[in-house]
Design a protein around this ligand. Structure first.
Ligand code: FES
Ligand code: FES
Length: 186
């Protein structure tokens, strides 16, 4: 019987090791927040956090989930008294980034996974992390929802800053030499 840590609780789930995690969550553990959309890892409706990384649960078997830490939208919601829900949930509500709500658990999971590793993502990094499909078109409200948590974040990324530095250097610009870099005359 596969065992894993589910929403911070060690559990054994009576499911075939070949069963996708999504169906074990929905049909065995009665956690129905993760939704079935495409079934092939494309739409993001079924996303959960696995060891802190957002990933589709429709393409992960119970055998692959064995021994790992899985957090579902119910884990982010934390309805237990005295335990606050994850800030992405309130931000999505406050920004009204929800219409029918079918995609919302997956989007919340994607954002929670992003912010856990990158607390101040740029707009481009948010767009890259949230590839979930939404038939209602809430896309324009996702970045504003994140900004309710992070505040303003400059658009410049580490990669583009590095590229700018290379260009300045190639143009003979005034960019300072990196520590330990020999300069003419030394
Ligand atoms: Fe899993 Fe679409 S149902 S990604
Ligand atoms: Fe309806 Fe996204 S809010 S699918």
């Amino acid at each position: 019987m596969p065992s894993l840590v589910l929403n911070d609780q060690p559990v054994e789930i009576a499911a075939d090791p070949a069963l996708p995690l999504l169906w074990a969550l929905r049909d065995v553990a009665n956690l129905t927040g993760a939704k079935y959309g495409c079934g092939v890892g494309e739409c993001g409706a079924c996303m959960v956090l696995v060891d802190g990384q957002a990933m589709p649960s429709c393409t992960l078997t119970m055998a692959e989930a064995e021994g790992r830490s899985v957090t579902t939208i119910e884990g982010l919601a934390r309805r237990a008294p005295g335990v606050a829900r994850h800030p992405v949930l309130q931000a999505l509500i406050d920004e009204q980034a929800i219409q029918c709500g079918f995609c919302t658990p997956g989007i919340a999971i994607a954002l929670a996974g992003l912010l856990a590793h990158n607390p101040r993502p740029t707009d481009a990094e948010i767009a890259a992390a949230v590839t979930n499909l939404c038939r209602c078109g809430v896309y324009p409200r996702i970045v504003p929802a994140v900004r309710r948590i992070t505040g303003p974040v400059a658009a410049t990324t580490v990669a583009s800053a590095s590229a700018e530095g290379v260009e300045a250097s190639e143009e003979g610009g005034n960019a300072p030499a990196a520590p330990g870099t020999a300069t003419a005359g030394e």
